[in-house]
Ligand binder design. Structure first.
Ligand code: SAM
Length: 239
């Protein structure tokens, strides 16, 4: 079990938006359906266009190196969305058997052609695989979308179907300021904790894999000139 930043190459988002989007309950309601609006609708309700841009290429290389993955091994991406990371893992390591799972019918229906037939629509709290099926399991920015008790079930599921190597990236905050930014901007997360609280939760449910945090911090370099003078947040995966 280790704190490891496998997303160190993930680009920091500089988002210029007006009003904090979570202030509108409709944005939360729509985003939590994980449908077209969340992936390919507006920035207020989600990604504002979830398109392949190659950003996962260096991250895939880090994952392969870190877990010593080789052709013939099995990998599962829990919360794979359209399969961008899956594709980059397969490209970087031909012969690696990569599978994905996501609750979003929209995302799986619109997944990259390279990963078609390798992804299923399913809830992370019920992985339809037998014990110790995967050499590595990855779940990036997904499990915090579950309520705390369901999240614990999902972590137990990862533990059950992995052969011992896994990595989860979860939303976290370290102080009141970061919590406020979270509440203003994050639409889908239902469980967000301080790092030490996450580590306690891992112990509670027996999760022994690796992990890292996505921490949303206000950007000190950029000020929003919209009416409420909020600063724009930066998605920080390197805290
Ligand atoms: C923030 S996106 C992250 C997608 C991808 N891992 C990435 O980092 O780009 C969260 C993903 O989790 C999926 N998701 C949310 N709740 C889920 C659940 N209970 N089981 C499986 N997937 C879930 C969503 O459909 C969405 O694709």
């Amino acid at each position: 079990m280790a704190l490891v930043n496998l997303l160190r190459h993930y680009p920091k988002a500089q988002r210029k938006m007006g009003k904090p989007r979570s202030k509108n309950p409709l944005n939360i309601e729509v985003a939590r359906k994980f449908g077209r609006e969340y992936f390919d609708g507006t920035r207020e309700q989600g990604y504002g266009g979830y398109k392949y841009d190659g950003r996962w290429v260096p991250i895939a290389k880090d994952i392969l190196d870190y877990f010593c993955l080789k052709p013939g091994m099995n990998v599962l991406d829990v919360g794979c969305a359209k399969g961008f990371l899956m594709k980059d893992l397969m490209d970087a390591c031909p012969g690696l058997k990569v599978f994905g799972l996501d609750i979003s019918y929209y995302a799986i229906s619109n997944c990259m052609k390279d990963v078609k037939g390798r992804c299923i629509v399913e809830n992370a709290k019920c992985l339809p695989f037998s014990d110790k099926s995967f050499d590595a399991i990855i779940s990036i920015n997904t499990l915090h979308n579950l309520e705390r008790e369901d999240l614990k079930i999902a972590l137990k599921e990862i533990e059950r179907v992995s052969k011992g190597k896994s990595f989860v990236q979860l939303d976290a905050y370290q102080n009141d300021e970061e919590l406020e930014v979270f509440k203003d901007w994050v639409l889908t997360a239902k469980t967000y904790l301080k790092p030490h609280e996450w580590e306690q939760l891992f112990q509670e449910c027996g999760y022994t894999g690796d992990y890292f945090w996505t921490i949303l911090s206000p950007d000190p370099k950029w000020t929003d000139f919209s009416s409420d003078k909020k600063t724009a947040p930066v998605w920080n995966t390197t805290a």
